[in-house]
Design a protein. Sequence first.
Length: 211
Amino acid sequence: MNLLLVTGFLGAGKTTLVLNLAAALAERGRRAAIVINELGEVGVDDQLMRRLGFNVWELLNGCICCTLSGDLLNTLYQLDTDYAPDVVLVEPTGAADPRNVLDALPLYRGRPLHVTVITILDPLRLPLLMEVLTPLITSQIQRAQLVLIGKADLATDVDIDFARHTVADLHPDIPVLVGHAAQPATLDTLREHLPWLSGFSNPTPPPSAGM
């Protein structure tokens, strides 16, 4: 079972990317499930996803990188048993350290997991985030197999260069994409790095979640 973990700080574009990937997979006839983690009693993102017709499992009142790691494993097993998805798209909170999630996944006892981590960076806020949340942003970059520098339509060349140099310092040789989570061209580029995305045609993008 393919599992895609989409990490990034709040507002980086995680939800938008997950929605577009789910739409692309559905159009191709692939079975996709979305697991989202929100630190509240009512999930806002999951309500949007359900209105758009996606299969959503939510983990609330804790972070899957620590207190809810067992819940994540149970959720993965349950949805695999009941739904047998081809791909599971996991969106942690913006405060989640992917290292802890990845440490928990070897305990999963269902079908073998083929895990990929994409980290989305917001180049407009990255300098500030690197000052105040250095360990978190560093871990999100270092645990990724692919980094997407988003909001390219709003960022300056200086913003993009800073993001590129930050990634190069922390994780040399990792593939770095520059684009926007809502752009079909971004999905085209992702196909080159995610084999299970190959062959799908670009869907009509769902409404931007603004995340």
